[in-house]
Design a protein around this ligand. Structure first.
Ligand code: GLU
Length: 445
């Protein structure tokens, strides 16, 4: 197979969300897995709604996720190239001027619907004579331009959806250029895909109908159409839209919440596929496991709980060196290897370590039930002599078992509650030496 060339083409009209990132990731995994090329194309033809701030933010997000690109360019720098392509289509009779106003088109659609016909544009503008056009323009009307579809079926074998067939007689000739001369997305995308030698267009299934027209434009402009893969959309775990869920947050917000990039990438690479959703520590591994054939046709479920579980699994396995700087930034007392190794399994996010700093090194309020008072006093008396070490906990609890007759939960829970003020938490054997002799005795009263 030749090396694939793909592109991720976000519009900088807002921030990146998990849906966009999934498209970026699938493009990235596919191309990198085959030593191909990944191009970042900024679809900023909508000058009004595109902002530099959004463009900068999406580049920061992709970099944070590890989705680096080989090349990047902006569509807003390429209007001359699109003009030349439009001229070529005009010369071929495939791009024609239309003068209907939005209201007139609306009326046409409604009439078609009441007659039980599909609301397809009737091509009235194609019948205008040169004289009629000149008259309309003399009145100050500016044309918008439509691409003349063939009326035939356009077929392709979608890498995710299988054989696709779109009857172009059942869709309106798409508008490529607005009255004000600005381009809609359809034409610039094809022009750029041809020029960049894109071999595979990989995007969300909301673009399937566009593909019918775009394939015809590819052919008209002399290029051959690339392979296509349209991935099912993302929905929430209960089948509802992603709003009000973690999945509706922007990448910046997810980053601020402390998610690990690989938790997000692991989830997005696996959901809606035949693979299990499991944490992976590198994009390379996700590349090896990627295949279009594993992606199902049903909407992919983005589950907040899965994302949290993946994040926790990654955090639980993180070596100290990988988090040293982040722990230092949290609290100088957190930046110690024994502390991290003791608490990491109780953290969903690295920043959760801050709460354990307070419990271990701060002044938590001991919890001692009336019926445990005597036992806790005995515990203070039996604390092993000298500095507390990794062995102290078992020596201590064995001695207490022998003298008080307590065992299991009745033995361990009162100690945990007295020392940490909590009923659950890290392994006490690891925590005891971190608290230290003096504070242990203090907390035991
Ligand atoms: N800018 C388009 C979008 O964000 C790109 C679609 C495509 O990949 O062709 O939907």
């Amino acid at each position: 197979m030749t090396r694939p060339v793909v592109r991720f083409a976000p519009s900088p009209t807002g921030r990146l969300h998990v849906g966009n990132v999934r498209t970026a990731l699938i493009n990235w995994l596919f191309s990198r897995g085959q030593q191909g090329k990944f191009i970042l194309r900024i679809d900023d033809t909508d000058i009004e709604r595109s902002t530099q701030e959004n463009e900068d933010a999406l580049k920061v997000d992709l970099t944070w996720l590890g989705l680096t690109w080989d090349e990047s360019f902006n569509q807003s720098h390429r209007f001359k190239v699109y003009d030349a392509a439009a001229d070529k289509l005009r010369a071929m009779g495939l791009l024609y001027p239309c003068y209907e106003t939005a209201e007139e088109l609306d009326v046409k659609r409604k009439i078609a619907q009441t007659r039980g016909r599909p609301p397809v544009y009737d091509r009235a503008a194609l019948k205008l004579t040169a004289k009629e056009r000149a008259e309309l323009e003399a009145k100050g009307l500016k044309p918008h331009w439509r691409f003349k579809l063939s009326g035939e079926r356009v077929e392709w074998n979608d890498l995710v959806r299988g054989p696709q067939s779109i009857d172009t007689s059942s869709v309106s000739d798409p508008i490529l250029i607005r009255e004000d001369g600005s381009y809609l997305y359809t034409l610039p995308s094809v022009v750029d895909d041809i020029e960049a030698g894109i071999t595979h267009v990989v995007r969300g299934e909301d673009h399937v109908t566009n593909s019918g027209a775009q394939i015809e434009i590819f052919l008209a402009l002399g290029g051959k159409a690339p392979e296509m893969a349209h991935t099912p959309l993302l929905i929430g775990a209960d089948g509802a839209a992603l709003s009000k869920r973690i999945g509706s947050l922007s990448m910046g917000e997810l980053r601020a919440r402390g998610y690990e990039p690989m938790a997000i990438c692991s989830h997005l690479a696996k959901l809606g596929t035949s693979d299990n959703i499991e944490a992976r520590t590198s994009l390379e591994q996700l590349c090896e496991e990627f295949a279009f054939s594993k992606i199902g046709r049903a909407p992919a479920r983005f589950d907040d709980n899965d994302l949290n579980a993946l994040n926790a699994a990654l955090v639980h396995a993180m070596p100290f060196e990988a988090v040293r700087e982040r722990l230092t930034a949290l609290d100088a007392r957190a930046a110690s290897e024994p502390f991290w190794l003791a608490v990491r399994e109780n953290c969903t996010f690295v920043a959760d370590a801050a709460a354990w700093v307070e419990i271990v090194f701060g002044e938590p309020t001991p919890l001692v039930a009336d019926e445990d008072k005597e036992f806790i006093a005995a515990a203070a008396a039996h604390l092993p002599d000298g500095e507390l070490t990794g062995e102290s906990w078992s020596a201590w609890t064995n001695a207490l078992k022998a003298t008080t007759g307590r065992k299991g939960r009745g033995l361990f829970m009162p100690l945990r509650k007295a020392l940490t003020g909590l009923e659950h938490g890290p392994d006490m054997g690891a925590v005891l030496p971190l608290i230290g002799r003096e504070k242990v005795l203090q907390r035991l009263g």
